[in-house]
Design a protein around this ligand. Sequence first.
Ligand code: IVH
Length: 674
Amino acid sequence: MRDITSAREIIAHLRKEIEHHNSLYYIEAKPELSDYDFDRLLEKLITLERQFPDLVTPDSPSQRVGGTITRVFPTVQHREPMLSLSNTYSFGDLEEFYNRLKKLLVLEGVHKQDMVAELKFDGVAVSLLYRKGILVRGATRGDGFQGDDITANIKTIQAIPLRLPDFGNLFAESEESEIEVRGEVFMRKEDFEQLNESRPEEDRFANPRNATAGSLKLQDSAEVARRNMSFVAYFLKGYDEEDASQFLRLRHLEKLGFYTGDNYRLCHELQDISRFIQEWDEKRWKLPYETDGVVLKLNDARLWEKLGATSKSPRWAIAYKYPAQQAKTVLHDVVFQVGRLGTITPVAQLEPVLLAGSTVSRSTLHNFDEIQRLGIMVHDRVIIEKSGEVIPKVISVVFDERPSDAEAVQVPSVCPECGTPLEKPESEVSSYCPNEDECPAQIRGRLLHFASRDAMDIKNLGKALVDQLVNLKLVKDAGDLYLLQEPQLERLKRMGRQSAQNLLRALEESRQKSYERLLYALGIRHVGRATARELASAYPSLSALRQASEVELATVPDIGPVVAKSICDFFSKPSVSEFLEKLETAGLPLNASERKEQVNRNFEGITVLFTGGLDRYDRQKASELVIERGGRVVGSVSKKTGMVVAGHDPGSKFDKAVKLGVRVVSEDEFEAML
Ligand code: IVH
């Protein structure tokens, strides 16, 4: 084992390296390392920190991988209110704002009206608090006065520095030195699409903003870390108050290691503003993230306070929102798709049309009510729109141009696939086919889901093959796949010997996949990759999961009552029992490891803190064991901490725990409790 002095040096070196590459990747968008090599560096750091837990600091890049579970986000007060902006949708209104501001400035004897134009990022506003240069708190805007403390989740965002460089010895000088940075957490289009792919169709996010808002409120920070969110900073307070201008503050933010969006501009006149807006109306579609407008701020920040704000928005700033992009096209037909859960979705088949940089030829109409609401008929001219959403939608019918051959949309009353009368529960907007065991569309959907990349990843099982297997009644559920024989497969269309063998090999390989993937592959309503992961860690075997009650399930992080009910409903179906038996016979991974027993929940609701080194577990493993048993692992001691597990050479947290009267246990006692 290394000694602590050399470990300290190596750790410091690794952290510097990692931060440097992080900044190259996230701030400058010029990565020099492959993702693999970057992960190797991070792993090295994590391993060393595990050996020397006392060298872990709150600003270490290792803290970004998450792992803490927050059950309830505490409410925190903002240092000063987080205001919102008023919106304008026309250049005329913007001009009015500009002239109104001019008058106010003249009253103050100011004749210079420089404005900073910034892109308006479509995400979620947060406030970051740095004390002596260390990130100590991240909070949502909430109602503007108080928001939620989401620090653990914020720390997982790579573009947010955990420690600021101390240029002017600012942090060292003053005990109270406190810097606040505000900005927008957002998701790149690519990351958003990847996230949606891993979610069940019925739970996909409509746009990156919703995805960001949902992700910031997750209880499991390790899951937040996987979501790859980004951050753009647009507000700085407490750093350099002498020459307070928005433009310089943005420059400062960059020096401090923040991404500012790069594309802001200092505008001296109204004309410069209008040029900026026009330019970005086109160019913004090429950006890897979504922007929905331009924010204009008076550059001279010393005047901000004087000018003040109305109840919601400041007088020195405004948002110009781009009108949504629209196009007119023809509705050729409406087809009705049957999903793997039986939901019927009407899909508009459109004359292909170019909209905001891509060709659109299909668009979901969501449900039957939507067809009624729009009053849409086949052959109608329709307006489609792309606003915040990635996928365009039909927003209206051009009734004046309705052609004489317009036909009413034939809304089916029976399943277009199997002819079973459709049902529509009172509480839901969609109709569905109740024939879940026999409807070929649902069987096909479940099989394709089972084989999909994030599930069992059975590459050779494509749509054409699934169609044949189901039509010929060779397969009714994924369990049947494992009973297929080479001669049977060889006889199928476009199959041959080689393809049959490839499929059998792919099926064989799928037996080695993880239990967590299998849980996702089962296709339980509302259970996506992330939920499957949580379930797998709370219930390391399928038999334990099957026995769990709704109430118990709802205590697993990020699982609410709706998901809990859906899981129980799933396991209570007779066809599911049969299906699971087949999977068991086929030798699929029905538990996380050899441990088949159900874990107890004897850490339920207890917060645990580890300090010092443990002999028999590493920190990560010990934390997992606590979380698996319903507990929560925290990084700092307070009166509310349930228990402190003290290993050898415990740190200052041990002393603090003793002082606060928090229960302290040894590794042996901890093990006994497990
Ligand atoms: S400044 C008082 N700048 O838009 C100043 N906001 O509609 C308030 N936003 O709550 C914010 N990009 O969530 C500012 N460059 C930018 C922005 C921006 C996006 C969001 C922010 C704000 C909302 C107001």
